[in-house]
Design a protein around this ligand. Structure first.
Ligand SMILES: Cc1cc2nc3c(=O)[nH]c(=O)nc-3n(C[C@H](O)[C@H](O)[C@H](O)COP(=O)(O)OP(=O)(O)OC[C@H]3O[C@@H](n4cnc5c(N)ncnc54)[C@H](O)[C@@H]3O)c2cc1C
Length: 435
């Protein structure tokens, strides 16, 4: 049984089903029926990709795997059972022989007044759809606002956290709002929409190579993004954000990209954790529980290339760990021998929209159109499906004007920042994702 069909869980299920060739029952529990290619989420929020392009069908691409839709909420390690709530709010449980926990991560919260109420995260599809609609609506409302201050607030967008998520959201966002404003009779001649990108660190992309930071900084500033390093938010209200330097930014949009924390299911298991991630050995096994494995963002996997450290929370690691976990599950059933997880970082790619990116594949620094081409090529290769659909949307976006319509299907109350399941929209009176 694999719980969580993200980068780690999907690859684990795929590899196991290829190895088992029908000799084992492989069950994948996930809160929704698709694998979400998270790195392209900012392109959904910016109206470049239609949402289903980055949602790869689990049943369509994993024929040897039984998909169980549900939100797991309890793991009974002694009874070897996982309890979950299905999409119609029914309580269910299922037994396992081997368990692989790959539940990923959720938005990280900081104890800052007003943030949980007024900011929105950027971790799942529902949040990306909310942001796309919200941005479109703010531009449309600004276009008819008679009050200058209201118009300025509606066309001011604040992103907190300049890691790869926040940087990509701001880089794509400014191009999106420029395109929407150009099409809007009330804004065409007015000042451009304004984007602010804040980070407490002294540079953009603080966790990546400095050369990527410099390239991203150049692109964002050239687009007019107000990049403020060494700055954070002291308080958020419905009217905007109070910065720690005392300035108040009037805005109706606060996007919270300060990072992620492991899924709370991990904490509920009562096993040793490291910064909330489940402790595992280099074989991705949970010490003392030979039938339980964990990997991806949810697990603290020893990084054999950097002794004493754990592997970072990236898709690059999660995907490869999923494959190793599958081999080791098979080995625990007598097929093959266990492998230790060891992977040297291959660099990172930050898609900045337009024809810009900052990347260092194999640690070769690239920027500009070449980096953008390499980044898009990499994403196409890395996606387990929907490649032609994604490429078709990219071609359409290159030749047609960006268009803004807000369908309004995801309201602000559907995507609270403080949620255990950012990947699913809340429905009235129900648990996340219930029908
Ligand atoms: C906007 C954005 C851009 C990113 N870009 C990059 C990038 O370019 N390169 C890179 O290397 N990394 C990138 N990352 C990080 C990367 O997406 C994560 O490290 C990766 O998704 C972790 O994989 P995972 O399998 O551990 O978890 P996830 O991919 O998060 O998958 C977890 C799965 O478990 C499911 N789940 C969670 N809880 C439960 C439960 N209780 N019951 C059932 N199912 C559950 C979730 O619905 C989800 O399907 C990005 C992240 C974000 C947010």
């Amino acid at each position: 049984m694999i719980v969580g069909a993200g980068f780690a869980g999907y690859e684990c299920a795929r590899t196991l089903s290829k190895q088992a060739k029908g000799a084992a029952e492989i069950v994948l529990i996930n809160s929704h029926d698709y694998f979400l290619y998270v790195p392209l989420l900012p392109e959904v929020a910016a109206g470049i990709l239609e949402p289903r392009r980055i949602a790869v069908s689990l049943t369509g691409t994993l024929p040897g795997v039984r998909l169980v839709l549900g939100q797991a909420h309890d793991v009974d390690l002694d009874a070897r059972r996982v309890a979950y709530t299905d999409p119609e709010d029914r309580e269910r449980s299922m037994a396992y022989d081997r368990l692989v926990l790959t539940v990923g991560s959720v938005n990280k919260l900081l104890p800052i007044p007003g943030v949980a109420e007024h900011a929105h995260g950027f971790r799942g599809m529902a949040e990306a759809l909310y942001l796309r609609d919200h941005i479109t609506r703010q531009i449309e409302l600004a276009g008819v606002a008679e009050d200058e201050a209201e118009r300025a607030a509606r066309t001011t967008f604040v992103v907190v956290g300049a890691g790869y998520t926040g940087t990509e959201v701001a880089a794509h966002g400014v191009l999106f709002t420029d395109a929407l404003a150009r099409q809007n009779a009330g804004l065409r001649d007015g000042p451009r929409p304004r984007w602010l990108l804040l980070d407490i660190a002294d540079r953009l992309l603080p966790e990546l190579d400095e050369r990527l930071s410099r390239a991203a900084d150049r692109v964002l500033r050239a687009r007019g993004v107000d990049v403020r390093t060494g700055t954070s938010v002291k308080e958020a209200t419905s009217d905007g954000a109070l910065l720690d330097d005392g300035e108040f930014i009037n805005s109706r949009t606060l996007v919270w990209c300060v990072g992620v924390r492991p899924d709370p299911l991990v904490d509920s298991m009562g096993l040793p954790t490291d910064k909330g991630r489940l402790c595992v050995d280099e074989y991705l096994g949970v010490p003392g529980r030979p039938e339980v494995f964990a990997c991806g963002d949810a697990a603290a996997v020893p990084d054999l290339t950097r002794p004493g450290q754990v592997t970072p929370m990236t898709a690059q690691h999660a995907h490869r760990q999923g494959k190793v976990a599958a081999h080791n599950v098979a080995a625990s059933c007598g097929q093959g021998t266990p492998r230790a997880y060891e992977h040297h970082d291959l660099g990172f790619m930050v898609d900045l929209g337009g024809v810009q990116a900052a990347a260092n594949p194999l640690h070769i620094p690239l920027s500009g159109p070449l980096a953008a081409a390499v980044t898009r090529g990499y994403h196409l290769m890395a996606m387990p499906g929907n490649r032609i659909r994604v490429a078709a949307d990219w071609i359409l976006d290159a030749v047609l004007p960006r268009y803004g319509v807000h369908l309004g299907l995801v309201g602000p109350w559907s995507v609270p920042l403080d949620t255990e399941s950012p990947e699913v929209a809340r429905t009235p009176g129900g648990k996340p994702g219930s029908a």
